[in-house]
Design a protein around this ligand. Structure first.
Ligand code: NAD
Length: 500
């Protein structure tokens, strides 16, 4: 059965209308590279109407008690749980990630809904001691408004859900521009939210709008005065444009951008565990995760042996149809990424690197399938200092831990990092103030595969934003400080005297 008819069956099962247009944005499955269908792009008038609906809905939604807002998010999460296999399959067809990871992505949506439900009863402020008699200070939190979400192709449901579940319990409404490469996953998951709203008796109009288009629509979302926060996930180039445009408008932005993540393998590491963790982090999702491991520093004494074991693991990786059980590596999203990968490997050779694997392989489906590349580099140089969003792992031997930590921090990105060691001093140093400068620093576990309970995001060119878990809810609310005088006089702050 073609992927077009499979997608049509999936939408039928979900009870969601599948848009189809003679012309529009062509959606391809990276599994075979063929067009699934064309989705009509939103016109400027449709986009404006979406923002206006979201603004009108916000005026009502902000008055709904937060735990009741949480009840809607719970109902939505239950719906997603019920349809998990169907949704996981859709993610795989549209992104090419293996079915296990497609299902994992849907699980993340369920998890963040559960988290947000609990959070809906914990949107707490502070009561602060005042310097004046019979006064108190309060810090209170209120819904923000319309949240604009721009998302990348590689997490076509979860990234939106991290934002949406928390923003909805915080009392906000949403306008989402998904990646032009993955609008079907967006329409499906958003359709389930709206169905959950209708079944819960919530007026769904404007609660969460999906607008379909390319980067110009993203720019329009950023520029629209009705959007109070732009949460943008994607490349650093995109984030720089969005961040600058938001700054000019004094609009809030939450940026989740690229990563050039590293791991250090110390002499005391459990090497079997480290080989498995490094392999998953470097080749999982065919190297197309923001947290994919791209740089590896192995202590010189064990480096040659470690590389040998990695190469053996790489040689046996099952590459092919991501829907088939047993496949561990699916296709790259498109030809563009394939070409960028080959250019990076060429640059690595020119910089003195020894390239193992990395070429295109024919799995009999069409599409762009590669054996992930492992590159032995003489030093951290050339393309190793950039994020190439493809499965390339650069390896460099190190002599001292301080040197390895310095290299870990010496690139412009600051998303994820890891150390493999059984030495307490090394582990603690790595996660200390003089250790890794990344938003995520792990011990004896790879750079990818974060849980929703912890704040997710990174520093420097990764944008500085934090989503999911921890206190990320504060992104989606505005804070007010209230000074309350319950006395009969009017003492002024700082002891100022002003008698009239
Ligand atoms: P991309 O930057 O090409 O596109 C992401 C989204 O931004 C798309 O919806 C696109 O239409 C939109 N966009 C692009 N330019 C824009 C502009 N100037 N104004 C407004 N919108 C614009 O990224 P991609 O290829 O879809 O995804 C891969 C990138 O995303 C990698 O760099 C990866 O590391 C990053 N990523 C980061 C995270 C994270 O949480 N840090 C998660 C997933 C992906």
């Amino acid at each position: 059965m073609s992927y077009a008819s499979q997608v049509s069956g999936i939408f039928g099962k979900l009870g969601i209308e599948l848009p189809d247009a003679a012309s529009g944005i062509e959606v391809r499955s990276p599994i075979d590279g063929n067009v699934i269908l064309a989705v009509p792009a939103s016109t400027q008038a449709e986009f404006s109407a979406s923002v206006e609906r979201a603004q009108a809905c916000f005026l009502k939604w902000r008055n709904v008690p937060a735990p009741q807002r949480g009840a809607l998010v719970r109902a939505f999460g239950e719906k997603v749980r019920q349809h998990k296999p169907t949704l996981g399959r859709l993610v795989t067809i549209e992104t090419g990630k293996i079915l296990q990871e497609g299902l994992g992505e849907v699980q993340e949506v369920i998890d963040i809904c559960e988290f947000a439900l609990g959070q809906s009863r914990q949107l707490y402020g502070l009561a602060i001691a005042s310097e004046r008699p019979d006064h108190k200070l309060l810090e209170t939190w209120h819904p923000l408004g319309v949240v604009g979400i721009i998302s990348a192709f590689n997490f076509p449901m979860a990234v939106w859900a991290w934002n949406a579940a928390l923003a909805l319990v915080c009392g906000d409404t949403l306008v989402w521009k998904p990646s032009e490469k993955t609008p079907l996953s967006a329409l499906a998951i958003n359709g389930l939210l709206l169905a959950a709203a209708r079944e819960s008796g919530v007026d769904a109009a404007g609660l969460s709008e999906v607008v379909i288009g390319e980067l110009d629509l993203g720019e329009a979302l950023v520029a629209h005065p009705g959007v109070r926060l732009v949460s943008a996930t994607g490349s650093t180039a995109m984030g720089r444009a969005v961040g600058e445009a938001c700054a000019r408008l004094f609009k809030r932005s939450l940026l989740e951008l690229g990563g050039n993540n590293a791991a250090i393998v110390c002499p005391s590491a459990d090497s079997q565990l480290a080989v498995r963790a490094v392999t998953f982090a470097a080749v999982g999702t065919a190297g197309q995760r923001c947290t994919t491991l791209r740089r590896l520093f192995v202590h010189r004494a064990g480096c040659a042996q470690f590389v040998k074991r990695l190469l053996a693991a790489y040689e046996n990786l099952p590459i092919g149809n991501p829907l088939h059980e047993g496949t561990l590596i699916g296709p790259l999203i498109d030809q563009g990424i394939y070409e960028r990968m080959q250019a990076a490997l060429q640059a690595a050779r020119a910089a003195g690197g020894t390239v193992h694997y990395g070429g295109r392989i024919d799995v009999g489906l069409g599409g762009f399938y590669v054996r992930p590349a492992l590159v032995e580099m003489p030093a951290q140089t050339g393309p190793m200092c950039e994020e190439t969003f493809a499965p390339i792992l650069y390896v460099v031997p190190y002599d001292g831990l301080d040197e390895a930590i310095e290299w870990n921090n010496a690139v412009s990105h600051g998303l994820s990092s890891a150390i493999f060691t059984r030495d307490l001093q090394e582990a603690e140093t790595f996660i200390s103030a003089r250790g890794s400068d990344c938003g995520i620093s792990n011990v004896n576990i790879g750079t990818s595969g974060a849980e929703i309970g912890g704040a997710f995001g990174g520093e420097k060119d990764t944008g500085g934003g934090r989503e999911a878990g921890s206190d990320a809810w504060k992104n989606y609310m505005r804070r007010a400080t209230n000074t309350i005088n319950y006395g009969t006089s009017l003492p002024l702050a700082q002891g100022i005297r002003f008698e009239v």
